[in-house]
Design a protein around this ligand. Structure first.
Ligand code: PGA
Length: 243
């Protein structure tokens, strides 16, 4: 794992978008898994702009959404569906056949997980994964205590996740379960980036980079990834003692 520091959120997002665009240029059949949320918002916007401005052919990529709140209608602005639809699928006119998101309203969530795992396995694993980090160290909805070997699964959300998650919604929203691609997929992804910015992420970034590798702090899994990168702005890097 390597840590890369940036002066700010803009330069970090610009680098991340350029990395994804280059990966698509180098492998037109790229399988890309991305998180939604506040951190990747600018990366997604810059990526869409870059792909269009530079006329990069993305017609054969596969896009996977990292997670979703169970029971959340896709038209809700706080849903992961809404994020990807407005920031990437619509601007890029991605084909439904190349986009895979968990159906948060499915009657059978287990089968949603089986379907996602099958898509990942058919494509020989994830090529490039871009994730954020929660205030409890979660990645996607891999909450503290989740085995590093898990594939797609249903998660009971941690209290930190349900309270911090309110920031995505216009009004107080009941959140209790999520569905997510698992840490086993992340560990086997050919390349993985964890991105974080702002002072509030400084503590969790210190634990990710310098703390013990433990399933009680899911993001520490990055230390075990042979092609894993932690991208941080100055604020998120402010508690790191190593380079
Ligand atoms: P954020 O979410 O990017 O909105 O801070 C991070 C996360 O919980 O994974």
């Amino acid at each position: 794992m390597k840590t890369i520091r940036f002066t700010g959120y803009d330069t970090l997002s610009d680098f991340m978008a350029a990395e994804i665009a280059t990966a698509i240029k180098n492998k037109p059949s790229l399988t890309l898994c991305m998180a939604s949320g506040h951190t990747p918002a600018l990366t997604a916007a810059l990526l869409a702009k870059k792909l269009l401005d530079e006329n990069i052919d993305y017609s054969t990529i596969t896009f996977l959404g990292l997670d979703e709140w169970i029971g959340m209608p896709p038209e809700n602005e706080g849903s992961c569906h809404y994020f990807f639809k407005t920031k990437l699928f619509e601007p890029l006119q991605l084909q439904p056949s190349q986009c895979f998101l968990f159906n948060s309203l499915a009657a059978d969530m287990e089968s949603e997980c089986t379907k996602m795992d099958a898509v990942i396995s058919e494509r020989g694993g994830i090529d490039l994964m871009v994730v954020g980090i929660g205030m409890n160290g979660h990645i996607g909805f891999n909450e503290p205590g989740t085995s590093f070997a898990t594939l797609s699964h249903i998660a009971t959300l941690d209290e930190t996740t349900t309270s911090v998650g309110q920031k995505y919604f216009k009004e107080k929203t009941a959140l209790s379960k999520g569905v997510t691609i698992g840490l086993g997929h992340l560990l086997h992804a050919k390349k993985c980036f964890l991105i974080a910015n702002g002072n509030k992420k400084a503590g969790v970034i210190k634990q990710t980079v310098e703390g013990p590798v433990t399933e009680n702090f899911p993001a520490s899994i990055l230390q075990q990834h042979s092609n894993g990168f932690v991208l941080v702005d100055e604020e998120a890097a402010s508690l790191l003692t190593t380079n």
